[in-house]
Design a protein around this ligand. Structure first.
Ligand code: CA
Length: 252
């Protein structure tokens, strides 16, 4: 979120693109946690704060909805079973008021029906209790990253930067020249950073082909990308996932 502190006032120079390592982390964000179980509130608050997030918590549905609709949050973590007002109702009204704020829903095991309803009401992501902090942090980060990318023409993953407008690619401070197909393949991998992507999915998404087990075009182009992005002492972060396909980066 921009604030007055981002500007040096009138006459300030045009914003300078900072190198990746100097940019503020995507975790410098405020999360609203709507959850009535004190133990979970404590656990989540400590975990997210340790990762650099600011956390505000509401212990019942009415308070949670009031805060959510007041706005100012980068993401909302929402329990479904709440006193006062149910999570699904809150989800629906938050979606109407602020459709771009990612909402991560916490559900108890066995609330599968609710999950389906929640999906229809527009939740972005789910975690089934009990969940690990690492899982929650990864989901919140992923949603914030998707949101940031949606408002920017630049995609980033690992030390790779892809500009969708100029079609320029950098790895660290080195410019990398890619062919059109290599570029499209890299964009797909960067958008799915940390996920194992099957050859079939790459083939249909990047090349538009139906499944054709006879072609090795995906492997060939991954080879080209690795060669162009990598250095002998610093291989490209594109990994082979056995029996699946490929993954850019090691974590989601
Ligand atoms: Ca609850």
């Amino acid at each position: 979120m921009r604030s007055a502190a981002d500007s040096d006032g009138p006459g300030a120079a045009a914003p300078v693109e900072l190198p990746v390592e100097q940019r503020p982390p995507v975790t410098a964000a405020t999360v609203l946690l709507i959850e009535d179980e004190a133990g979970i509130v404590d656990f989540v608050r400590r975990g997210l704060e340790a990762e650099g997030f600011t956390v505000e918590a509401a212990g019942d549905g009415e308070e949670g909805e009031r805060l959510a609709l007041r706005g100012g949050y980068d993401a909302i973590v929402l329990d479904l079973m709440l006193p006062g007002r149910g999570g699904l109702e809150i989800l629906a009204s938050v979606r109407r008021a602020t459709p771009n704020v990612p909402v991560i829903v916490l559900t108890a095991r066995g609330e599968i029906e609710d999950r389906v309803q929640g999906l229809e009401a527009g939740a972005v992501d789910y975690l089934v209790k009990p969940f690990s902090l690492a899982e929650l942090v990864a989901r919140v980060r992923a949603q914030l990253r998707i949101l940031a990318e949606a408002s920017s023409s630049t995609l980033r993953a690992e030390d790779i930067e892809v500009d969708l407008l100029t079609r320029k690619v950098r790895r660290g401070d080195r410019a990398v020249q890619l062919s059109t197909t290599e570029f499209e393949l890299l964009v797909y991998l960067v958008r799915h950073h940390g996920q194992a992507i099957s050859r079939e999915e790459l083939l249909s998404s990047v090349w538009g082909y139906e499944h054709d087990p006879a072609t090795n075009v995906v492997d060939v182009y991954v080879g080209y990308l690795r060669r162009k992005l990598g250095r002998p002492e610093d291989p490209a972060p594109i990994f082979t996932v056995r029996a699946v396909g490929y993954r850019l980066g090691s974590t989601s």
